[in-house]
Design a protein around this ligand. Structure first.
Ligand code: SF4
Length: 80
């Protein structure tokens, strides 16, 4: 499994999650609208979830239904 960053991150990109991730698997670019979690590196520790000020981070199997497409959006960021 993995954790996933969803729509609430758009326009926020607080970045608090990056500081707590023990495996440094949360990345973005200046142009990208959100931060992304690398599903191949995430160890499902859950540390990032409570750090997000806008509740944008969810365990993959706990994503609200309207944001399930963000699982793919996060994964695709690392395929470039
Ligand atoms: Fe990093 Fe843990 Fe969040 Fe995965 S669940 S992105 S390993 S802080």
């Amino acid at each position: 499994m993995t954790y996933v960053i969803a729509e609430p991150c758009i326009g926020v990109k607080d970045g608090a999650c990056v500081d707590v991730c023990p495996v440094d698997c949360i990345h973005t670019t200046d142009e990208a609208p959100i931060y992304y979690i690398d599903p191949d590196e995430c160890i499902d520790c859950g540390a990032c979830e409570p750090e997000c000020p806008v509740t944008a981070i969810f365990a993959e199997d706990a994503l609200p239904e309207q944001w399930t497409n963000f699982t793919q959006i996060n994964a695709d960021f690392f395929k470039k």
